[in-house]
Design a protein around this ligand. Sequence first.
Ligand code: SDX
Length: 381
Amino acid sequence: MAVNRGLEDVIAAESSICKVDGEKGHLIYRGYDIDDLAEHSTYEEVVYLLWFGRLPVKEELDKLHKELGANRKLPEDVVKAMRMWPKESVPMEVLRTATSMLSMYDPDANENDRAANVRKATRLTAQMPTIVAYWDCIRNGREVVDPKPNHSTAASFLYLLHSGKEPDEVAVKSLDMALILHAEHELNASTFAARVAAGTLSDMHSAVTAAIGALKGPLHGGANQEVIKMLLEIKELNNVEPYIKKMFADRKKLMGFGHRVYKVQDPRAFHLRKMSEALGKRANETKWYEMSARVEQLAKEEKKLNCNVDFYSASVYHMLGIPSDLFTPIFAISRIAGWAAHILEQLSDNRLIRPEAEYTGEINLKYVPIDKREELVSAKN
Ligand code: SDX
């Protein structure tokens, strides 16, 4: 039986949430093209769309916005615990740990009906951005301020990250679009991890914690932080070509490029590239965009590689003044929308997810008492 390494090309579920067309480079959330949503929607409207399967009417969106706003505060004990953690803790491990801890303070923690899970999804979507913003304040000795209930998710994150400084509208709009672009992507590794955990009838917090752990890896969400690290190492535009050519000669993977499903450009990169250029021009500092564009050109010419969502998001977040080790946590505070949608869908028609393995080990070995194993080991070597 042929094994599809990494489950490549394996259809593991039916889903009505998202379609990733790898051949044509299209991304569809509940029937709407990502280009349409990126241009016209908001992150909170996309959260509603992903969870409930259709765009909300005004009062529905207002209700979700109000519920998110009412749940951005963290339980005091969680903030207290965060203050005790080592300051050099990696933000993704802080997010993973604090998210897991939230279950102990969630009134619906071990309820698994749809209504309870929607309430938990709403609380997690509201609280996770607060965890990330508070951690940057705590680790840098800045004060943490209370969330403002009427802020959008993007505005609240930037407001809390900067200890109460009102964010400018361009930054809010850019981050809001980035959150839309990262919100959902079918059965990517972290979403699949969430579905496997939900499929055992465990709980929402356990499934989301599993997803955060998967997203942390540089082959998945961790790539955007590696991209900015590379750009900072390259420093200037004229260093790009020798640096990239050496990477290829050393057969190193270029972070932010390639994709398991997209065979052409990742449609999300189109919007993030535009945003990177616009933010660069606005700040009169286009070098990160220009360097990125040069890397992209070389990757295409030399290795026929297309960039993915993680490539230009790096320069966008850098231009927004966000510390690089918060880039992947921002991916997570967006993708909670998709993770929750898939957890709800998994539970709506659940079957335990349990594939099999092709056994390649030995067979019919007989037990050997421990005092007789020396010769066994020496015979083997
Ligand atoms: C995300 O799945 C999703 O939907 C994920 C995501 C989402 O929204 O959830 O889209 C978000 O995770 C984007 C991907 C972020 N990761 C990176 O940018 C890390 C760098 N990318 C690669 O590691 C790789 O492209 C993967 C992990 C993304 C995909 O890997 P695959 O499908 O297992 O492909 P592969 O590693 O088997 O590579 C196939 C060939 C190889 O060449 P050969 O060795 O066969 O000659 O393509 C080459 C690879 O060497 N290749 C690359 C490359 N990606 C693939 N070579 C250099 N640099 C790269 N980035």
